[in-house]
Write a protein that binds this ligand. Structure first.
Ligand code: MN
Length: 299
C-alpha cells in the first residue's frame, strides 16, 4: 500500500513573549487527524517569562505537555493549576472557555497542541483536566515512550479524546533504534523536539533525517516505522484518523464557518466575556480580538 510522506517546516512565532516553532497549521498541511495546531517552545532559558493574558477558545481541547519548567493555568471555570514536567493539562473548550498561562520558571520546554472537536462534541460544556502522571513503555533499543493520548505499546493514556487519536513522546538518552507498529487507518506526524532521528516508514523507499523545526508527515496506509538516532533525541509521534473536511481555525477559535467566528469574536469583545466568561485571579488585561480583514474560508 502506498502512502504519502511529506516534510513540513515549522514557522517561527511568539506566544506571550516566548519564541515558538509552529509545525501546524502549515500552508501545505493543516491537520493530522484532529491535531490542528502544534507549537514547540524551548528547550531554553528564557530572558522574559511567558505571560499570556486571558483569551477565549471554542471547538477544541488545548493539550499542554510540559517537558521542563512550570506553567500556571487559570480559567473561567475557576481552575488554577500548576503544570510541571512530565504532566499534561487538557482544557476542553466546547462552546466556550477563557484561560491565562504564565510561566513560573526561567527554564522551559513545552509542546502545546490543539485537538479539534468533532461536530457532535464541539458545543459541549467546557472542562479542565490535569494529568499528573502518564504511562511509560520501553521500546526496542533505547527509546522511552510516554503515552500522552490513545493507546501505544500496550499502554493506554488516561487523557480522553473524542476522535481516534495518538500522541506519544519518545525520548532517547543516547543511540537508540526501534520499529514501531502504526495503526494504518491513521495519518501520522513525527515532530522533532531535540536531537536528530532517521525515520524509515516501512514501504517508503527513503530514509528521512529529521531535526527540530521539521515534522515528517506519513499518510494513512503505513503499518510501521523505524526510528533510529545516534545521540540524545526527543520527538512527538502524533496520529489520528484523517478528517474528510478539516476544521476552520481563526485566532483561538476552531469552527466550521466564518460566520460563527464573527459571533464568537463579538462575544469576547463584551465586557463580561459573553459565553467565554472571565478568568479568575489573573492580574492584567485580556487579549483583544485581533483586527483582521474579513474572515474567509481557506481555499
Ligand atoms: Mn490558549
Amino acid at each position: 500500500m502506498s502512502f504519502l510522506v511529506e516534510r513540513i517546516t515549522s514557522h517561527v512565532g511568539d506566544v506571550g513573549g516566548l519564541p515558538i516553532q509552529r509545525a501546524l497549521p502549515n500552508k501545505g498541511r493543516r491537520v493530522i487527524g484532529a491535531w490542528c495546531f502544534a507549537d514547540h517552545a524551548g528547550p531554553a532559558t528564557t530572558v522574559k517569562r511567558m505571560n499570556v493574558g486571558p483569551h477565549p477558545h471554542t471547538g477544541l481541547s488545548t493539550f499542554s505537555w510540559m517537558i521542563e519548567g512550570e506553567i500556571l493555568h487559570r480559567d473561567s471555570l475557576g481552575s488554577e493549576q500548576v503544570l510541571r514536567a512530565g504532566q499534561v493539562n487538557l482544557m476542553t473548550a466546547g462552546h466556550g472557555i477563557s484561560h491565562s498561562e504564565e510561566s513560573l520558571s526561567d527554564r522551559i520546554h513545552l509542546a502545546q497542541l490543539w485537538i479539534a472537536l468533532p461536530d457532535a462534541e464541539r458545543e459541549r460544556a467546557p472542562s479542565f483536566q490535569h494529568f499528573p502522571e502518564l504511562p511509560h513503555a520501553a521500546l526496542g533499543d533505547g527509546w522511552d515512550a510516554t503515552v500522552l493520548v490513545g493507546e501505544f505499546a500496550d499502554q493506554r493514556s488516561p487523557v480522553p479524546s473524542f476522535t481516534p487519536l495518538l500522541g506519544v513522546d519518545l525520548a532517547a538518552a543516547g543511540p537508540a533504534c526501534a520499529t514501531l507498529a502504526l495503526d494504518a487507518r491513521f495519518e501520522h506526524g513525527v515532530m522533532l523536539l531535540e536531537g536528530e532521528v532517521d525515520v524509515s516508514p516501512v514501504g517508503h523507499d527513503a530514509v528521512e533525517t529529521v531535526a527540530p523545526g521539521t515534522l515528517l508527515y506519513i499518510g494513512a496506509g503505513c503499518e510501521a516505522v523505524e526510528l533510529r538516532c545516534a545521540a540524545s533525541t526527543r520527538l512527538l509521534l502524533l496520529g489520528g484518523e484523517p478528517w474528510a473536511t478539516p476544521p476552520l481555525l481563526w485566532w483561538n477559535f476552531v469552527g466550521r464557518e466564518p460566520a460563527e467566528m464573527q459571533v464568537w469574536a463579538e462575544d469576547w469583545a463584551r465586557e463580561d466575556g459573553g459565553r467565554f466568561g472571565q478568568v479568575q485571579g489573573y492580574v492584567g488585561p485580556r487579549l483583544p480580538v485581533p483586527l483582521v480583514p474579513a474572515l474567509r474560508k481557506p481555499d
